[in-house]
Design a binder for this molecule. Structure first.
Ligand SMILES: Nc1ncnc2c1ncn2[C@@H]1O[C@H](COP(=O)(O)OP(=O)(O)OP(=O)(O)O)[C@@H](O)[C@H]1O
Ligand SMILES: [Mg+2]
Length: 238
């Protein structure tokens, strides 16, 4: 495996057993993500996008196949190692922000950092400043707009300086302008930090900002496109 490969999926399948019924959520997926690459996976509802992210993030395990993330072959990790992997190697950003309502913005970020070794952490306030929320550090989620809450969620994911950031429809709940702002922020951060963003969405316009676009259909990758010149988020229309 190339040392610049941050995520590798080899022949990955995921089948959910629902009583008598088998649901093949992913079928023989092969994927290579290179350091610094901003990847968007596009596909309709039920095509396997969230399943793929959960497998890469070690939240769920594949039925067969090999997954390597940040040098860790996930299938060989013990339960304890897997917990460490989820804490340190991947950051998650979700559609519904998933902030803890009783904690301030800063405490939400600190809470996620508690679990990460000291030498690997950024400071909560620094990361909030990085996403433009230094002034809002002591606000509770209910006192923040949707876009601001999503920026806190980005800060929370980034504060542990993970090599891979996994985003599931991160702009799905946001209005157009706020969505563009969040995409701009993610693109800037991915360039500054040389970390990988893997974003899944059904919004095909968003694919234009990606370095690489993976098309998922019924659990299979139907095509992978490379954008030589990714579009600026400001130029997207949907
Ligand atoms: N825990 C589960 N148990 C059984 N079936 C599941 C489970 N999770 C997902 N599936 C099925 O696997 C398929 C892929 O689901 P997945 O959530 O990955 O789709 P998706 O592309 O993220 O869709 P959406 O855009 O609606 O979020 C679907 O048919 C879904 O019903
Ligand atoms: Mg999904």
């Amino acid at each position: 495996m190339d040392e610049n490969t941050t995520v590798l999926l080899e022949n990955v399948s995921k089948t959910y057993q629902m009583g008598e019924v088998e649901v093949k959520a992913l079928k023989d997926v092969d994927l290579t993500v290179t350091k610094g690459e901003f990847l968007v996976a596009l596909g309709p509802s039920g095509s396997g996008k969230t399943t793929m992210l959960n497998l890469i993030g070690g939240i769920d395990s594949p039925t067969s196949g090999k997954i390597v993330v940040g040098g860790h072959d996930i299938s060989t990790l013990s339960e304890k190692e897997l917990t460490g992997f989820r804490r340190e190697t991947v950051g998650f950003i979700f559609q519904f922000f998933n902030l803890i309502p009783t904690l301030t913005a800063k405490e939400n970020v600190e809470f996620a950092l508690d679990l990460v070794p000291k030498e690997k952490r950024g400071s909560a306030l620094e990361v909030l400043e990085q996403v433009g929320l230094g002034e809002r550090a002591d606000h509770f989620p209910s006192q923040l707009s949707g876009g601001e809450q999503q920026r806190v969620a980005i800060a929370r994911a980034l504060a542990k300086r993970p090599p891979v950031v996994l985003c599931d429809e991160p702009t799905g709940e946001l209005d157009y302008d706020t969505g563009i702002m969040i995409l701009r922020l993610m693109r800037d951060i991915s360039r500054q930090e040389q970390c990988n963003f893997l974003m899944v969405t059904h919004n095909s316009a968003i694919a234009k900002i990606a370095d690489k676009v993976v098309h998922l259909h019924s659990g299979e990758i139907s095509a992978i496109d490379v954008n030589e010149e990714p579009e600026d988020p400001e130029n997207l229309v949907w």
